[in-house]
Design a protein. Structure first.
Length: 566
């Protein structure tokens, strides 16, 4: 009754940004509250993972049905099905009368890996949690305050369930993710005695959650994702036990249980702002991931084979560590999985694999902290779902390094100029199609477009050889040309770290070559005329000046009042 009969859903607001984290059953009431104002809503939704208790509110979320509302939905990138398909799955005909695509609001989907991005005035950092599905924790910073949302999550090292003992490895990394937060919302599903039967279920104990927040010097922790059979009374008793312990501690962590409808105001403290870190470095994305497996334990090896098979990942098998090492030299796998043995530390010390930046996942009975070259551990016994999650995390952590273009300082003015044209979402027009046809023909390229860079998308006023009407700004090439306000030429996207594993390069439409020339309205760069090819190529000065001419023509057309063209 008090601590919530609903599943996970949290609303967060800054002066001008609305963020919802997780879409559990609590989303229904939140939707009703949002609809009460009667105004259009623009918001962002961060989903930690797509287990049912975190997405089941979506079909019942009123603001998705209303046209004029705009939503950006973010969730961890999977290896197979897209986010949209996963969410649409629970709204198939047999389950629900309205399909996801029939909802009136404009909904955009974004798939995330570990890293940093922005929504409105909020800086968001993501980090993988330890759960039975690939799950992201979110750290949000705005106005000098930091909030971390961290559920569903289990201690990486099981001894830490007691909240005692050294914090190392992945748990240390988790702790750094929570560092100095003004508020942490943390998984606390089990008591320590319950946890003994729930190892590997992907959830924390009260003790672990509090110990991590204490170590991280967080100011407050809201304990959540309680066991469904726990009563309000039991939660109160546990929390008051922790609070009286905490009263004697010097750091003074404020511990409470998150309650239904509870509202907290966070004041700027400037205690917690993470400085810009170096981007995640890595090997280029491989179109098809390949795992090299050197695990003799038949049970573990079979579980891993099954997990890889479920995700359609190819696997090469090596007999022993030495063999794995020599095979890796030629086979270039995206991940090596070894079994811990007496020689493993020596093999890893040779650094042949680590020098190649190939991640190494080691199957063992416990973590061997001396083995620094290990990217991650699979501690026995583990389920197939757990192995699958660790494999996905290893592969995804190392495969993404493409960059979203920066937004300029006068972004709002730029958007005002673009919107002032009244051109967005208008039907195709011959006067623009003529320009993209010419561009494709002059460059002998299969694709060309007039792309206008909106707040969160690029929209094509005209496109030749491309079926899409718009695509996400996250992956947009044109957005880079707009940011630079200059011609952008990418002779071979595979060779350019900003684009080599961009989803538009590794997947459809498989861009290898890009040349884009900016279009201006007054001082504001609003988009480009661009040509694209599936082959790498060079471009000479003469062709480049023709591209500039085409951009100038597009500019003229865009400035013409609509009435002149009818
Ligand atoms: Zn879950
Ligand atoms: Zn959950």
């Amino acid at each position: 009754m008090r601590f919530g009969g609903n599943t996970s859903c949290v609303e967060m607001r800054t002066a001008d940004t609305l963020v919802i984290i997780d879409c559990g059953s609590g989303l229904h009431n939140l939707g009703r509250a949002l609809a009460q104002s009667g105004e259009c809503v623009r918001g962002h939704i961060l989903i930690t993972h797509t287990h049912w208790d975190h997405i089941q509110g979506i079909p019942f979320f009123g603001p998705f049905f209303r046209s004029g509302n705009e939503w950006d939905v973010y969730a961890p990138k999977g290896l197979g099905q897209s986010l949209h398909d996963t969410l649409a799955g629970q709204m198939q005909y047999v389950y629900f009368p309205v399909r996801l695509d029939q909802m009136g609001a404009k909904i955009r989907y974004h798939e995330l890996v570990e890293g940093d991005f922005r929504v409105g005035d909020i800086k968001v950092r993501t980090q993988y949690l330890n759960h039975t599905a690939l799950t992201l924790g979110y750290r949000l910073e705005a106005d000098g305050a930091a909030v971390v949302y961290s559920t569903d999550h289990e201690p990486f090292s099981r001894h830490l369930a007691s909240g005692k003992g050294p914090i190392q490895g992945q748990d240390r990394r988790h702790c750094e993710f929570l560092a100095c937060a003004d508020l942490v919302i943390h998984d606390a599903q089990y008591t320590l005695s319950e946890y003994a039967d729930k190892v590997g279920w992907g959830h924390s104990t009260f003790d672990y959650a509090v110990a991590m927040c204490r170590e991280a010097k967080a100011a407050r922790v809201a304990l959540t994702h309680h066991d469904p059979t726990r009563t309000d009374y039991a939660i109160e008793a546990i929390v008051s036990g922790i609070r009286s312990e905490e009263a004697n501690a010097t750091a003074g962590l404020d511990v409470f249980a998150a309650a239904e409808g509870q509202r907290l105001d966070l004041q700027p403290t400037e205690r917690a702002i993470v400085s810009d870190q170096a981007p995640l470095s890595s090997t280029p994305a491989l179109a098809t991931p390949l795992i090299l497996l050197a695990v003799k334990d038949p049970v573990a090896a079979n579980t891993i084979r099954g997990a890889a098979h479920e995700d359609g990942i190819a696997m090469l098998e090596a007999g022993a560590e030495d063999e794995a090492l020599s095979t890796a030299t030629t086979a270039q796998p995206s991940l090596v999985i070894l079994e811990w043995g007496p020689k493993t530390a020596d093999v890893l010390a040779r650094e042949d694999l680590t020098m190649r930046n190939i991640p190494i996942l080691v199957v063992a009975d416990e973590e061997h902290l001396s083995a620094k070259a290990v990217s991650d551990w699979l501690i026995r016994p583990f389920s197939s779902a757990y192995a699958r999650t660790r494999i996905r995390a290893c592969l995804l952590r190392t495969t993404c390094r493409w960059e979203r273009a920066l937004t300029s300082q006068n972004e709002e003015q730029r958007l005002a100029s673009l919107h002032g044209l009244g051109i967005l979402d208008t039907p195709p027009e011959e006067r623009f199609d003529r320009i993209t046809r010419l561009a494709a023909s002059i460059f002998n390229a299969p694709m060309a477009s007039i792309s206008l860079v909106d707040r969160d998308r690029q929209w094509f006023k005209s496109s030749y050889g491309l079926e899409a009407v718009e695509s996400s700004r996250e992956t947009s090439f044109c957005s880079h040309a707009v940011a630079a306000q200059d011609v952008l030429v990418i002779p071979d996207a595979f060779q350019d770290p900003r684009f080599s594993d961009n989803p538009l390069v590794t997947g459809w439409p498989r861009i290898r070559f890009y040349a884009g020339c900016p279009i201006f309205v007054g001082p504001d760069c609003i988009g480009t005329v661009c040509v694209l090819d599936n082959r790498p190529r060079q471009i000479d000065e003469n062709s480049l000046s023709l591209l500039r001419d085409l951009a100038a023509l597009a500019e003229l057309e865009l400035r013409k009042p609509q009435s002149l063209n009818e």
